[in-house]
Write a protein that binds this ligand. Structure first.
Ligand code: NAD
Length: 494
C-alpha cells in the first residue's frame, strides 16, 4: 500500500502527526493508499518554506518565471497518460475523462506562460506638468489553495499556475480522497526549475485547512468545494484579514424549449448528466423540459441510458466510472430511494444491475420532479438526472433564477432571440447556448453567482491574475531641485 505524504521545500516529507486516512480505488473498493494527515506544526513548516522562498521568487524576472511555466507545460504534456492514470486510480473517472481533465488543466498553465504580458501595468505621461503616473501589479506573498476531490489535478492548476507566475509562493491542501496526483505534479514543477519552497503540499483534513485560515503568513486563499464549506472558508478567512475566493456547489439547469432539436438535447443531457458519474460542478442535474416536448425528451433520454457503458475507468470503452466513496454512493442512492415517495417518477432506476465490487451506481432518470423535492433542492453530485416540466421560457427562467445555486446553466433552442433573452435574464455565472457544460476557456474566468461563489473574484484567467496580485500606483516627478518651493495646497493636475 502506498504511503502518501507532504511535499515541503522541494521534497517529500513524512508526517509525524500519527493521523492518517485511507485512500481507495473506487472501481474495486480496495484501499490502495494511506494518506498522512498534517498536524498544525506541519502546516506551519510548509508555510515557513513558502515564506522563505518568496523574496527570491518575487524578484525572479518575468522571463524566467514564464520559462518555468513553459517547461512545466512541456512536462505535463509529455506526462498526460501518467497523470490521467493516477486520476483514474483514485478518483475512478474513465481514462478519456481523466485525459480531458489534464488537457483543461494544461490550458491554465499555457495561460500563465503569458505572464509578462498579463501583468503589465499602465503608464500616463504628463498626468500633471512634469508628473507621470503609472501602475504595477505585485504578488501577495504566500497564498494557499484548498481543493475538492472531483478534479484533483485541474483545480489545483486553476490556482497555482497563475499564483506562481505572478510571483507568489503556494501551499496546496488537496482533497484527502484522491491526493496522489499532486505529488507527481510537484515533481514536475521541480523538474521545470521552480525553486524549492515555492510550491508545497500539505495533505490533510480540516485541521490543516483551519490552520491555513488562521495563519498570519497566508495572504490569500482560493477554495473550491461544497457550498457549506465554501461559506465557512470565506467567512473565517476574511475575518482573519485574508483575501478569499471560495467556489461552492451547484445545481445546474438545462432549459429545453419546444423548438429545440430533441435528439441533440437528449444527447447533451446524457453527456452532461452522467459524464464523470455526475461528479462535476458543471454537470447538468436538472432538465427543464417545455411541456410540449417533455414526453419525447424523457423517452429519448431513457432510451439512450442503457447505451452508457458503466465500469472501471481503466477498461477501454467504459464511459462512466464509479462514485468516489461507498458513503457518497449510499448518499446518492438515498435520494433515489426517497424520490418516488416525494412524487417523482422513477423512469430509469440506477440501483439495478450494479456491479458487486467498487462504488458503482448506474444512471438514474427521474421525471415529474418539482422544486419542493429534496432531489431537486440538494446537490446530489451523482448520476441522477431530474426532469422538471415547465410551461415554457418564462417558467423555465423563473425556476432557474429561484435556485440558490447559480454556477452554470444552458439553454437548448433554435431561436436566437430566445437564447439572447436567456443570456440577458438568467442569474447564473456561466451560461451555455446549446452548450451543456459551458466551462470557460482559460483566458476567461470561471465562477458562479449566489451560493456557488463567495467572494468577488472568479477563478483563473484575467480575474485569477487580479486575485493573486495587488495594484500599486506610482506618481513620479524629476524636477530641477533649484525650482523647489513649499506648497501646502492640495495637489492639482491643471
Ligand atoms: P468538500 O467541500 O467536501 O471538500 C473540499 C475541500 O475542503 C477538501 O480539501 C476538504 O478536505 C476540505 N474540507 C472538507 N470539510 C472541511 C471542513 N469542515 N473544514 C475545512 N475544510 C474542509 O467538497 P468535495 O466533496 O471534495 O467536492 C465536491 C464539491 O465541490 C461539490 O459540492 C462540487 O459542486 C464542488 N465543486 C465546485 C466547483 C466550482 O468551481 N464551483 C468545482 C469543483 C467542485
Amino acid at each position: 500500500m502506498d504511503r502518501i505524504s507532504h511535499w515541503i521545500d522541494g521534497k517529500v516529507v513524512e508526517s509525524t502527526s500519527g493521523r492518517s486516512a485511507a485512500v481507495f480505488n473506487p472501481a474495486t473498493g480496495v484501499q490502495t493508499g494511506a494518506l498522512d494527515l498534517a498536524s498544525v506544526d506541519e502546516v506551519d513548516k510548509a508555510v515557513a518554506a513558502a515564506k522563505a522562498a518568496f523574496p527570491a521568487w518575487r524578484a525572479t524576472s518575468l522571463s524566467k518565471r514564464a520559462e518555468v511555466m513553459f517547461r512545466l507545460r512541456e512536462l505535463v504534456d509529455a506526462n498526460r497518460k501518467e497523470i490521467a492514470a493516477l486520476l483514474t486510480a483514485e478518483h475512478g473517472k474513465v481514462l478519456s475523462d481523466s485525459l480531458g481533465e489534464v488537457a483543461r488543466g494544461l490550458e491554465n498553465i499555457e495561460f500563465a506562460c503569458g505572464i509578462p504580458q498579463l501583468i503589465k501595468g499602465d503608464y500616463s505621461e504628463q498626468a500633471a506638468s512634469g508628473i507621470d503616473v503609472y501602475s504595477i501589479r505585485q504578488p501577495l506573498g504566500v497564498v494557499a489553495g484548498v481543493t475538492p476531490f472531483n478534479f484533483p489535478a485541474m483545480v489545483p492548476m486553476w490556482m497555482f499556475a497563475n499564483a506562481l507566475a505572478c510571483g507568489n509562493t503556494f501551499v496546496l491542501k488537496p482533497s484527502e480522497k484522491d491526493p496522489s496526483v499532486n505529488m507527481f505534479v510537484a515533481e514536475l514543477l521541480a523538474q521545470a526549475g521552480l525553486p524549492d519552497g515555492c510550491y508545497n503540499i500539505v495533505q490533510g483534513d480540516k485541521v490543516a485547512v483551519n490552520r491555513l485560515l488562521e495563519h498570519e503568513d497566508i495572504a490569500a486563499l482560493s477554495f473550491v468545494g461544497s457550498t457549506p464549506i465554501a461559506k465557512h472558508i470565506y467567512e473565517t478567512g476574511t475575518k482573519n484579514g485574508k483575501r478569499v475566493q471560495a467556489l461552492g456547489g451547484a445545481k445546474n439547469h438545462m432549459l429545453v424549449l419546444s423548438d429545440a432539436d430533441v435528439d441533440m438535447a437528449a444527447d447533451a443531457a446524457i453527456g452532461a448528466g452522467y459524464g464523470s458519474a455526475g461528479e462535476r460542478c458543471m454537470a447538468i442535474s436538472v432538465v427543464l423540459a417545455a411541456d410540449s416536448i417533455a414526453d419525447e425528451l424523457v423517452a429519448k433520454i431513457a432510451e439512450r441510458i442503457p447505451g452508457v457503458q458503466v465500469g472501471p475507468g481503466t477498461e477501454a470503452g467504459n464511459e462512466m466510472g464509479p462514485l468516489i466513496t461507498a458513503d457518497h454512493r449510499d448518499k446518492v442512492r438515498g435520494y433515489i430511494d426517497n424520490a418516488p415517495g416525494e412524487g417523482a417518477s422513477l423512469v430509469v432506476d440506477g440501483r439495478e444491475d450494479v456491479a458487486s465490487e467498487g462504488f458503482f451506481l448506474n444512471p438514474t432518470l427521474l421525471d415529474n420532479v418539482t422544486p419542493d423535492m429534496a432531489c431537486y433542492q440538494d446537490e446530489i453530485f451523482g448520476p441522477v438526472l431530474s426532469v422538471v416540466r415547465v410551461s415554457g421560457y418564462q417558467e423555465g427562467i423563473d425556476t432557474i433564477n429561484a435556485s440558490p445555486f447559480a454556477n452554470g446553466t444552458a439553454i437548448f433552442t433554435r431561436d436566437g432571440g430566445a437564447a439572447r433573452q436567456f443570456q440577458f435574464d438568467v442569474e447564473v455565472g456561466m451560461v451555455g447556448i446549446n452548450v451543456p457544460v459551458p466551462v470557460p476557456v482559460s483566458y476567461y474566468s470561471f465562477g458562479g453567482w449566489k451560493s456557488s461563489l463567495f467572494g468577488d473574484t472568479h477563478i483563473y484567467g484575467p480575474e485569477g491574475v487580479n486575485f493573486y496580485t495587488q495594484a500599486k500606483v506610482i506618481t513620479s516627478r524629476w524636477p530641477d531641485p533649484s525650482t523647489s518651493t513649499i506648497d501646502l495646497g492640495f495637489p492639482e493636475t491643471r
